[in-house]
Design a protein around this ligand. Structure first.
Ligand SMILES: *[C@@H]1O[C@H](CO)[C@@H](O)[C@H](O)[C@H]1NC(C)=O
Ligand SMILES: *[C@@H]1O[C@H](CO)[C@@H](O)[C@H](O)[C@H]1NC(C)=O
Ligand SMILES: *[C@@H]1O[C@H](CO)[C@@H](O)[C@H](O)[C@H]1NC(C)=O
Length: 164
């Protein structure tokens, strides 16, 4: 009986990770390497991700800042990033991220700062990126992007710095 209670309370911890934490854990599945301080802190317990390496939250415990600069991460940026809707700052520069920039970034309606520089992103700059109106800094430099610059970039009214 005691064992059962212990088990069920552990289960509660696992099942009550707040949604942004679930999103971050799903991003990790797209990586083939991450440093040990991510493996050791990005875990279902504690149930809020606010103390995880590279993560900060607003007062409502929603993830609004993710900074994984120079963490040596290898892999892809999963489309699940678009579920982290409270993000205001996303800094992933200087890792080994490959593949396309996910089009789901457009769901980050509060994003002001985006740096994906010094990675191996390929393919085109997603048009949808230009629909994130609060963005004031976009740094996509030092990648393997190709194609044209979306003309809708001219509609980004807050944009002050664009590095390609
Ligand atoms: C992310 O962290 C790096 C290294 O600590 C720092 O230089 C950079 O300014 C941070 N980015 C943001 C957006 O705070
Ligand atoms: C997160 O995003 C993915 C891909 O964009 C989607 O399929 C999934 O349903 C989302 N998960 C949650 C919990 O919202
Ligand atoms: C820019 O915004 C205007 C007004 O919303 C719209 O009519 C136009 O099509 C947009 N331009 C591009 C290139 O998306």
């Amino acid at each position: 009986m005691r064992w059962f209670l212990l088990f069920s309370s552990l289960f509660d911890v696992v099942s009550t990770v707040i949604p942004d934490g679930v999103t971050l854990l799903s991003l990790k599945k797209h990586w083939t390497f991450e440093p040990s301080f991510i493996s050791s802190t990005w875990t279902p317990s504690p149930s809020t991700p606010c103390s995880w390496a590279g993560v900060r939250c607003n007062n409502a415990l929603q993830v609004n800042y993710l900074n994984l600069t120079d963490f040596g991460i290898v892999g892809q940026l999963g489309p699940e990033i678009g579920n982290c809707t409270w993000l205001e700052s996303l800094d992933l520069n200087s890792n080994n991220l490959i593949g396309q920039i996910p089009y789901t970034l457009k769901n980050l309606r509060n994003l002001k700062f985006l740096s994906l520089s010094h990675n191996q992103f390929s393919g085109e700059i997603p048009y949808s990126l230009t629909q994130i109106t609060p963005l004031y800094l976009v740094d996509l430099s030092h990648n393997k992007l190709s194609g044209s610059i979306p003309s809708s970039v001219g509609n980004m009214s807050e944009l002050m710095m664009l590095y390609l």
